[in-house]
Design a binder for this molecule. Structure first.
Ligand SMILES: *Cc1c(COP(=O)(O)O)cnc(C)c1O
Length: 427
């Protein structure tokens, strides 16, 4: 204990901040145990899918060029489909990020004259240009796909009456974002998403429902695909990549939807048949294998952060006690200085680029200046310990990740230390 304290002190965490953290952790034992149980369930689920599909060394072979007959790639897609309980999955390094995966899912399944409905308010920042909410070349709007939105009620629940009115003969697809993204609304549980899907499909049974599952994978023992989503979509540099995937995205869903996604990703007629794996298969398989426990560590970090900052008077979403449905923790720091101090702490605790200083700047796809702290092995990977947020009221940082719980813990302690050092907090 003494030695750890000394080591932490060498790294910049004062005994006062450390003690404050230990007090918070003492109260979290039962919650951490529950998280471990979810992780155990999900570990078994992933393992069983790998065993069932006879994953072997042959799956890790590199392919190049067209990537025809790439057994490892095709088998990984079967593993994903079995974990998500879907007919098919598209899991590719050619999908460059989460936004790209979502763009493929949307544009592959919406045609001119169709309407897209978001019954959960404004989608994630980068999707606003994809849809054309903010005009952009090549947006869905340019291709004649219209967009409709129903906001959440003030208490964060679904506006069922509004949704009923919004669904019309043109409505082809419904998009549901599981995680709060850069908003301070609640993240939905998979069960809530299931209720919303059932409601929409009762009104119009042939609706295609897509769920933006970013940051939600493996936080619960079920996924949106278990409750009626036709496409469940996410990024491999978040939860399901387990920190090892260096790039990629996935779409798990019905055969018909996923086939169309493959045609959109590559070309009509080619679909899933092309797409070399470039030697990335070991990372994608092993990352998926680690993802349940990595996600659990990140979730513990999120809960720890809320239990550290909320008693100090900063609003946390979710709050210190609430149940969790993603790994994101928003902490409203109420000033740009607060955001900078918090991010400096996360950066200083990183294994990579710990000497860098995060600063607010313009980012493609985002409307406001954004500050980002990440000292990651994979650039921009937000399953690794990271904090970011747009510089706008209520000056919330969105904190997430940590490949291990201990790293997440140190990062949060360091963020508090920087807040204390900047005179923004007194313990
Ligand atoms: C991260 C994220 C995305 C996609 O972001 P990328 O940076 O393109 O991977 C989309 N929706 C939500 C809710 C997200 O958190």
């Amino acid at each position: 204990m003494e030695e750890l304290l000394e080591l932490y002190q060498t790294m910049g965490v004062s005994p006062a901040v450390y003690e404050y953290g230990e007090k918070a952790i003492k109260k979290l034992e039962d919650r951490f145990k529950a998280i471990d149980q979810v992780a155990e369930h999900n570990q078994a689920k992933v393992l069983w899918a790998m065993q069932k599909n006879r994953v072997s060394a042959a799956c890790f072979a590199a392919s190049s060029g067209y990537g025809y007959d790439d057994f490892g790639r095709d088998n990984l897609e079967r593993v994903y489909a079995d974990v998500f309980h879907t007919e098919a999955a598209l899991v590719r390094p050619q999908i460059t990020c989460g936004t790209h995966a979502l763009t493929i899912a949307l544009s592959a399944n919406l045609l001119p004259g169709d309407e897209l409905l978001s019954p959960v308010g404004l989608p994630y920042d980068t999707l606003q240009e994809v849809i054309g909410i903010r005009p952009s070349p090549c947006s869905l709007a340019e291709y004649g796909v219209t967009y409709n939105q129903v906001d959440l009620l003030p208490d964060g629940t679904f506006d069922y009456e509004g949704i009923r009115k919004a669904i019309n003969p043109k409505t082809k697809m419904v998009t549901i974002q599981r995680s709060k993204g850069y908003a301070t609304r609640p993240t939905f549980s998979v069960k809530q998403i299931g209720e919303l899907i059932a409601f929409c499909k009762e009104i119009k049974p042939d609706l295609i429902v897509m769920v933006d599952n970013c940051y939600g994978e493996f936080v619960e023992t079920i996924e949106p695909s278990d409750v009626g989503a036709d496409m469940t979509v996410g990024s491999l540099i978040k939860n399901p990549g387990g920190g090892l995937a260096p790039i990629g995205g996935y779409i798990a869903g019905t055969q018909e939807c996923v086939d169309r996604c493959a045609y959109r990703l590559s070309a009509p007629g080619l679909g899933k048949e092309v797409g070399a794996n470039l030697g990335l298969m070991t990372s994608l398989y092993q990352g998926f294998f680690l993802a349940p426990t990595v996600t659990a560590g990140a979730e513990k970090g999120a809960i720890f952060a809320a239990n550290l900052y909320e008693p100090l008077g900063f609003r946390c979403v979710p709050n210190a006690e609430e149940s969790r449905h993603d790994i994101i923790q928003a902490v409203e720091l109420r000033s740009e200085e607060g955001m900078i101090a918090f991010c400096k702490g996360i950066q200083a605790a990183a294994p990579v680029d710990s000497f860098a200083t995060p600063w607010p700047s313009d980012m493609p796809g985002y409307n406001d200046k954004v500050i980002m702290a990440a000292g990651a092995f994979v650039q921009g990977s937000s399953i690794e310990l990271s904090a970011d947020g747009p510089i706008r009221p209520p000056y919330a940082v969105y904190f997430q990740g940590g490949l291990t719980w201990y790293h997440a813990k140190l990062g949060i302690l360091m963020s508090l230390q920087k807040m204390v050092d900047a005179g923004l907090v007194t313990l």
